[in-house]
Design a protein around this ligand. Sequence first.
Ligand code: AMP
Ligand code: TRP
Length: 331
Amino acid sequence: MTQPRLYSGIQPSSGSLHLGNYIGALQQWRTMQGDFDAFFSIVDLHAITAPQDPQVLREQVRTLAAQYIAGGIDPERSCLYVQSHVTAHAQLAWLLSTITGFGEASRMTQFKDKTAKGGQESASVGLFTYPILMAADILLYDTDVVPVGDDQKQHVELTRDLAERFNKRFGSTFRQPKPVIRAEGARIYDLQNPQSKMSKSADNDKGIVWLLDEPAKTAKKIRSAVTDTEGSIRADKVEKPGVTNLLGIMSAMTGTSVPDLEAHFEGQGYGVFKTEVADAVVAELAPVRERTLELLADPAELDRLLAANAERAAAVADATLRRAMEAMGLR
Ligand code: AMP
Ligand code: TRP
């Protein structure tokens, strides 16, 4: 029985995942892992394209691994590993960089967005070649599907272009991956500023629910979410972004559809509504937080698990790298 292969990853660039990551990435991965031969990586080589304190980075890698597992990724079944533990990523990225056009790389909108503020002078070359490393991640594992947010779609398209170009030039080597873009409903917005998506880089912490926040703090943030003055509980992205966001969150937490929630809350006030949403979020996240803290209490066991999975990953990745090198005349 061979299942199609799935690959995805998250950067260890914060001390905790937020509710957007949880709903948009982890919940989706957890559901998919039964139907795919899945690889989930902690992309530390991507994280260092922005300045990181070494000690903090090391802790954040462990914390992210613990959150993956606590959130339902089964490390016995899916391969959960740290990108830098598998040397083939950086090696294949170099090979792929030699067939990537400078103009092609310059068109990546994430690079343009990330350098819009500080300017290209303060951006590193690593930030520029980031999408090529991501292509290497995906191609090393003969990946069939890549679940990502729509902001990463362009990078997966680049990956497909590079695979096709390489295969044409050097002979069939890589499998063509397909992006699986999350449904729009899975996008979670900032509680204080429901026009923007919940993001770790927001200026104000009040609008972000961190997975590792204490439950009382989470409940308080949700009860203080910005809504509107109309007073009715219905989804309307344009007129009522705050209420719509809370309905989406509640739906993801409980599995109840938004129309059913609208019916459930008919005639209720925002106070009752927010309290119920807060309760649902706490009921889902508190056990995940507890489990994360338990796992972090035994870092040696976590490290052992990550090392074992890195070996599994390297076995696949090294074989692909060897194929690519031979195709290029390098071995
Ligand atoms: P990031 O924190 O931006 O590196 O994202 C890590 C993962 O979480 C990616 O799969 C994102 O698409 C997803 N993600 C980030 N923010 C949100 C959000 N506000 N709503 C839904 N998914 C998100
Ligand atoms: N660039 C992705 C993000 O910021 C993370 C990532 C790195 C990734 N390599 C990947 C996602 C490979 C999917 C597949 O979200």
